[in-house]
Design a protein around this ligand. Structure first.
Ligand SMILES: Cc1cc2nc3c(=O)[nH]c(=O)nc-3n(C[C@H](O)[C@H](O)[C@H](O)COP(=O)(O)OP(=O)(O)OC[C@H]3O[C@@H](n4cnc5c(N)ncnc54)[C@H](O)[C@@H]3O)c2cc1C
Length: 453
C-alpha cells in the first residue's frame, strides 16, 4: 500500500485518544488517524465526568491533548456517527474503524416513583456541573435552590463526587473550570442534608479511600455515620483481612462514626444496609422509603422488611453507567457492550472485517482512566496484526480531503484540531477573567463560534 493506512476512531475519550496514540506511535506502517467525536471538544468523560474539583486527575487531558499534535492524527469534532454519517459510509473512507464511544447512559433503580420530578440520574447531574452541551440547565437551576434534603443513591466514586459537589461551599469550588452559571446556581443552594444510601455494608462499598476521606474534610459539612450501620459478617472480615483498600475505607468510616457533629451548615449522612424501595411525592419527590438490609454472609444482602422514611426533595440515582447500541453495530444489550474478541468486533461469533472496539463500550464501565490505555493498546495490536495479514477489508479508502468534502457537503461544521485549540484558548481566556485556569464554555453554539476564531 503506497498511501497511509486510514483509521477512524469514533469517540475522543481516553480510550479513543489512547488508541490514536498507539496507532501514531507504531513505526511499522504509516497511519493517518481521524478521531471523530459528536461533541465540538475532545476527551469525553475526562472533561464531562471526572469531578471538576479533582484538578490533578482532570489534568490527564493535557497528556491526551498531546496526541493531537502527533503527525497523522486529526480531531474531527461535532460529527455524530449514526446521525451525520453512518458506519457503512465510514468504511468507504477508512480501512478500519475503532469504536470508542463510551457508555454514558444511566442504569435505573427500577423502583416506584423513580420518574417523579426531582429524581434525576447522576449522569445528568454530572453532565450539568461539568458544563456538557446536552445538560438540562433549567432543571438544575430549579431543583438546587428549591431543595433542602438530598438523597444520593449508590456507593461508588461517582456517588461520592456528586455528594461532595453538593456539600462543598462555592468557595471550595471556585478554582474549578465549572461554568459560571453552575457556580452561581450552587451558590443559591439551601441544601442542609445529604443522605448517601448504600444497600450493602461498609466492607462492600467500592470507594477509593482518597475520595472517601475527602468527604470528612469539607469546610462546612459534618459527616455522620450511625454506629449501627457498622455491621460486618464473616465475608466482610475476610475481605477486610485480604484487601488493603477495603480495610482503609472501613477505618475511615469507623472514625466517622465516632465523630460529634460540629454544627456545620451541611450534614452528609452516610447510610449502609439501606436499600431504597420507593420514592414518594406529589408534584415532586418528597421522601425515600428505605428498607434495612442484612448481610447474607457471602458478600450480598437480603431485605429485612424493616422500613424507614428519609425526607428528600431531590434524589440523585448513581447506580452505574451503561452502554447503548449504534446502528449497524452488533450489540450485547444485556451487558451493554459491543461483542468482541481481543478488540475485533464480532457478529454471531465471527469478526466483522475492519471493525474494532475499545474502552467502556468494549468492556463496560469499569476501571480507571489508565485501564483504557492497556485496553486500547490491545485493540490496536489486533488491528495492526490484521493490517499485516491483509485481513483489513478495503484498499480503496477515500482520502482525508474527500472525507472533509463529504462532511462539508452535508453542511456539517466539523471542528478540526485547530478549531479545538481556539476553543481551548477561549476557555483559558474566559477563566483568566475570574482568576481561574479555565472556565468551561458549555453551549454548542458558543463552542462552535470559539472554534472559528
Ligand atoms: C462521573 C465520572 C467520574 C469519573 N471519575 C474518574 C476519576 O476520577 N478517575 C478515573 O480514573 N476515572 C474516572 N472515571 C472513569 C473514566 O472517565 C472512564 O474510564 C473513561 O472516560 C472511559 O473512556 P472511554 O473513552 O471509553 O469513554 P468516554 O470517556 O465516555 O468517551 C466517549 C466519547 O465518545 C463520544 N461519542 C459518543 N457517541 C458518539 C457518536 N455516536 N459519534 C461520535 N462520538 C461519540 C463522546 O462524546 C465521548 O467524547 C469517571 C467516570 C465518570 C462517569
Amino acid at each position: 500500500m503506497t498511501r497511509p493506512l486510514r483509521i477512524a476512531v469514533i469517540g475522543s475519550g481516553p480510550s479513543g485518544m489512547y488508541a490514536a496514540d498507539a496507532l501514531a506511535s507504531q513505526s511499522d506502517v504509516e497511519v493517518s488517524v481521524d478521531v471523530i467525536d459528536r461533541l465540538p471538544v475532545p476527551f469525553g468523560l475526562v472533561r464531562y465526568g471526572v469531578a471538576p474539583d479533582h484538578l490533578s486527575i482532570r489534568s490527564v487531558r493535557d497528556t491526551l491533548d498531546k496526541v493531537l499534535d502527533k503527525p497523522g492524527v486529526r480531531f474531527i469534532g461535532n460529527v455524530e456517527v449514526g446521525r451525520d454519517i453512518s458506519l457503512a459510509e465510514l468504511h468507504d473512507y477508512f480501512d478500519g474503524v475503532i469504536l470508542t464511544y463510551g457508555a454514558s447512559r444511566d442504569r435505573r433503580l427500577e423502583i416506584e416513583g423513580e420518574d417523579l420530578d426531582g429524581s434525576v440520574a447522576a449522569t445528568d447531574f454530572v453532565a450539568w456541573y461539568c458544563g456538557h452541551p446536552d445538560a438540562d440547565r433549567a432543571t438544575f437551576e430549579r431543583l438546587i435552590p428549591s431543595s433542602t434534603s438530598v438523597a444520593v443513591v449508590g456507593v461508588g466514586n461517582v456517588a461520592i463526587d456528586v455528594t461532595r459537589v453538593l456539600a462543598k461551599t462555592v468557595a471550595e469550588l471556585d478554582d474549578t473550570d465549572m461554568p459560571q452559571h453552575v457556580l452561581d446556581t450552587l451558590g443559591t443552594s439551601r441544601i442542609t442534608d445529604i443522605h448517601l444510601l448504600g444497600r450493602r455494608g461498609p466492607a462492600q462499598a467500592t470507594f477509593t479511600t482518597k475520595e472517601l476521606r475527602e468527604l470528612g474534610e469539607l469546610l462546612d459539612a459534618d459527616v455522620i455515620v450511625d454506629p449501627a450501620d457498622l455491621a460486618f459478617d464473616a465475608a466482610s472480615d475476610e475481605v477486610i483481612r485480604t484487601d488493603k483498600a477495603i480495610a482503609r475505607n472501613v477505618e475511615v468510616i469507623k472514625e466517622w462514626s465516632t465523630r460529634v457533629p460540629a454544627g456545620r451548615s451541611r450534614r452528609v449522612h452516610v447510610h449502609f444496609l439501606a436499600r431504597p424501595v420507593e420514592l414518594r411525592g406529589d408534584d415532586r419527590v418528597r421522601e425515600v422509603v428505605v428498607e434495612r438490609t442484612a448481610l447474607d454472609g457471602s458478600g450480598g444482602v437480603t431485605g429485612t422488611g424493616e422500613l424507614t422514611i428519609i425526607a428528600a426533595d431531590f434524589v440523585v440515582r448513581s447506580v452505574g453507567y451503561r452502554g447503548t447500541g449504534l446502528d449497524d453495530v452488533p450489540f450485547d444489550a444485556k451487558r451493554g457492550v459491543i461483542p468482541n474478541a481481543e478488540g475485533r468486533v464480532e457478529r454471531d461469533g465471527k469478526a466483522v472485517p475492519g471493525e474494532y472496539v475499545a474502552g467502556w463500550i468494549k468492556r463496560g464501565p469499569t476501571g480507571i482512566i489508565g485501564t483504557n490505555k492497556k485496553d486500547a493498546n490491545a485493540t490496536v495490536a489486533s488491528l495492526m496484526a490484521d493490517a499485516e495479514s491483509g485481513a483489513l477489508p478495503s484498499a480503496s479508502a477515500g482520502s482525508a480531503r474527500e472525507f472533509d468534502d463529504l462532511l462539508a457537503s452535508r453542511g456539517i461544521a466539523a471542528v478540526s484540531t485547530a478549531g479545538w485549540r481556539s476553543i481551548d484558548a477561549a476557555e483559558r481566556a474566559l477563566g483568566a477573567t475570574a482568576g481561574r485556569a479555565r472556565t468551561t464554555i458549555h453551549e454548542t453554539g458558543a463552542l462552535l463560534a470559539a472554534s472559528a476564531d
